[in-house]
Design a protein around this ligand. Sequence first.
Ligand code: PMP
Length: 286
Amino acid sequence: MKVIWNNQLVEREDVKIDMEDRGYQFADGLYEVIRVYNGVLFTAKQHIERLFTGAKKIDLILPFTREKLIKLLSELIEGNQIETGNIYLQVTRGVSSPRNHAYPETECTSTVFTASTTSVPRNLKMMNDGIKVITLPDMRWLHCDIKSISLLGNIMAKHEAHKKGKDEAILYRDNRVTECSTSNISIIKDNIIYTHPDGNLILPGITKSVLFKVARQAGITVKEETFTLKELKEADEVFASSTTMEAMPVIEIDGELVGGGNCGPVVKLLQSLYVTEIETECGIIS
Ligand code: PMP
């Protein structure tokens, strides 16, 4: 399998990363997951923009321009002949030796950039049947807007859900729902979509921004307002969203059914509008 290592395409076995890399020792780095349909990147511009925004917030000098990154990722797709799948990319601040929490004030030139691909079909069964979730207190840090590779809080929440035989964990702070361990969360009540506003408590998801754009175009009101756990459980429909899940119906929360345990009409509509967006950018998929 080919991967990107810094500025070139290489065989995965040829990648050598220093054990004192700050990504390995401090999780000092950022990542993105970008979906590929028909061998074409979907919403790549938005993902790259989020990466650049995150880099600015943590003083990370990215080792490429936006254009160069697109070019490298396209070469990677070509190299691995990916049709439908995911690109995982990450950039770390590179080596600091001896180990030291503080990073150099001056430009750090040893950033390490890697990217790889996996072939993953759209999970149509799950998108139709929906997922079961639990709720948990959000114990993560207060910069959830930064797509940091430091994901222990998210990992622990996801693991807790899996231990209970569920798919995802919905997180809350002070009784207000923030997002899930690996996705954003929205509810629908009386045909209005509610979701936590962007800010430092959630990741500004690209998928939700696409879904809200098409929802508004279809005349559905979207309110970026917080909602409580009680409102979550009394919603008509609930859906999680992410690059890999798209619009994913939530059909059970903490053992109680949502919307009678089926994907509701608004989420179904959002799913089909999302496909239209994919097809506009990447060609026919259905
Ligand atoms: N929140 C969290 C915590 C996530 O990990 C993700 C997926 N990366 C999302 C939201 C959704 O973001 P996106 O739609 O850009 O994939």
